[in-house]
Design a protein. Sequence first.
Length: 414
Amino acid sequence: MVVRISTGKSIQGVLRYNESKRNQSVAQLIGSQGFAKGVENLTVNQLAKRFEMLTSLNSRTKTNAVHISLNFAPGEKLPEEKLNAISKSYLDKIGFGDQPYLVYQHQDAGHPHLHLVTVNINREGKRIETHNMGRNQSEVARKEIEFEFGLVPAEKQQRIGPSLQELGRVVYGRETSKSSINTVLNHVWANYVFTSLGEYNGILSGFGITAYQGEKDSQRYQRGGLVYHVLDDKGRMKGVPIKACSFYLKPTLKNLERKFLMDQGKKEQLLERVKAKVSGILSMSNSLDQFSQNLKKNGVHLKLNHTQEGKIFGATYVDHVHRIGIKGSDLGKEFGAHGLAERFGLISAGAKGPKKLPIGKEMETDGLSIRGNPTQEVGVIPDLPLQFSDSPYKGYPPGKRKKKRKKNDKPSES
């Protein structure tokens, strides 16, 4: 059994994700604790109120939503009764046995798995510690449950966790756009680091979505508005744009800018790790296509932006292992659009600006061809083994955390 744990600030977002899967008939609510009979007929708001009764007791803890997936080996056919027993045993062992919770069984992947939804505030208003829970309580619980219920150990499974492919790309015309976009936004905000709109869109493009400000002379752009579009397989925006403020997460430009600042410390910690990986791959690549393919094999998606005339003007690296989007030039000049174009002969050394790709010439980027008048390149999310705490980020770097000033302390005069 493989366990993946994530925490967030929106219990509504977690519930909407699982309920949207129910609405698509790819998930069932098979168990609960702390809810009256008929829980399967409650709306998302009604379900959320039960959890908010607890979170309202501790207003200082903002990150209070807990979302856990229990993943079983392909071929393990477990009855509902056993799945509920496993869920109950697991939550008991990690200290959440007295919490209200919901158990969803999903059928949208190649292996059986459950999603457990709860909060980390107990009935006394105290916070249940989740720091390092994946490596400590959860690991012990997992091994005990594997032995108790005769499950395939995580170490013997071909993969050590659910892949990003299981979340999948949003496909225009195949599903309800808003609920699908909402699912992706919740996942990206909870699990990825990004400090600019370009980095954010680099990550979103892998899921078939983009955030769009509008043209610079449009009212939307001038007023700081933002909408979300589904992308087709050529990276073109399709369908009706959906305003950022209409999602429960409220992923508006204003809120994005707050997240950019919050993620800056995380980015500083991860930057050198990603740079070392990308630099090693670049040194072994003889063409832009080979570089992109080699990156993909190592869990990194290279997103290239093009003008309508076909010129490369931006490069973003999305590392799905460390879960971060980084602007190419932040890694170094040689990793930016101009540096890549110069290295691989798309422009002559010392030339200003990248070379326009000849019409009809095919440029292979991450397995997709762009001919003639390319738009944004859209990559495929790599099928990677992911698990809890696979990112080395553990909080603000030493000395970077802001110290809170006591109420009676007066700021010193300089």
